[in-house]
Design a protein around this ligand. Sequence first.
Ligand code: PMP
Length: 417
Amino acid sequence: MSTSTLVTPLDAGAVRADFPILAETNERGQPLTFLDSAASSQKPAAVLDALDSYYRSYNANIHRGVYALSEKATARYEEARHLVADFIGAASPRECVFVRNTTEAINLVAQTWGRRHVGPGDLIVLTVMDHHSNLVPWQMLAEEKGADLAHVRITSDGRLEMDHLDELLRREPKLVAFPHVSNALGTVNDAAEIVRRAHAAGSLVLIDGAQSVPHLPVDVRVLDCDFLAFSGHKMLAPMGSGVLYGKRALLEAMPPFMGGGSMIRKVELGRSTWADVPAKFEAGTPAVGEAIGLGAAVEYLSALGMDRVRDHERELTAYALDRLAEVPDLTVYGPADPNQRSGAVSFTVGDVHPHDVAAILDGENVAVRAGHHCCQPLMRELGLLATTRASFYVYNTEEDVDRLAAALRKATAIFAV
Ligand code: PMP
């Protein structure tokens, strides 16, 4: 007897009701069409309540307080770490370090593992499609250490050139670091295959999961990556919550990042010893409520089911690509196949400046992003200064896409494209 693998589709209409901000209108009474989740997502009531409840009823510093309030805050903070670890398939919560965002997670690895293991002439492989936060920390390290950087090229439709990766891997890099999903092109890279090839060449692998963890099922044990960095604020959680996942043995062998309270075992005037992981990397008072909010976000996403989240966004993206193809002189960047891309859709409209397009959309209360998306080298590679980007998440519907397309037609009429 065959068992059905069909899952009921995500009901974005019902999901919308969980997001108070989506009920807001602008001063002209137009509903909010929020299409900038790749920059930062909106937050459901469950997350707002978790944050509110922490500050209203058990706000206290954690780990050191010998009173009930602090013990409760500590328990919830560590519970959030368990939830995050389960969400990404980590073997232990100890492998999940709370940081502020993806940027901090990558800098942590560059400044600790990198400073210890990368030396003159060593190679670090990145990609042309990387976000500045996975370019600049390695540039800083390479400059300090006299190391080399090389970048995997992209195809004309915005996918990584795997042959070029292989060519670079023959130089036995110390590390390969790449975006699982490109924020500017929407490309979903074959992360497991890249990790496999990099490991075969003896390299460690860091995945920038800022655009994948919020949108697709991500399991670090399936991917077998050494590090994974992601931001809470892009996955329904508060700003200031983020995670560095690292394989435990690697984290244990790494020196600390910042020094101070909480990350020590014993302090003398002249020297100190370090706490176990992950505390070793969490110096000072952390963003407690924000981490608890991230735990609530992870519970919310798990209840929706990440397979359903992915399917919903794939279908919405396919619908959007069809609608956008009807807009005169509009060019979409990145892979044409919705199976190879996420819900971040970058485009240009004739010669109209992407900021002007975004401003006209804003006039219709359609919120999109315009600019280089912190990917200046990628924009240069594409021969562009900027694009306009619409990005979808769990609360977006076909009506949002229709409003986007209608506003874009208005823009083309205004600029007589
Ligand atoms: N990497 C990618 C692919 C991103 O999209 C972003 C955010 N735009 C980042 C890294 C940086 O994230 P954060 O600003 O939260 O550190």
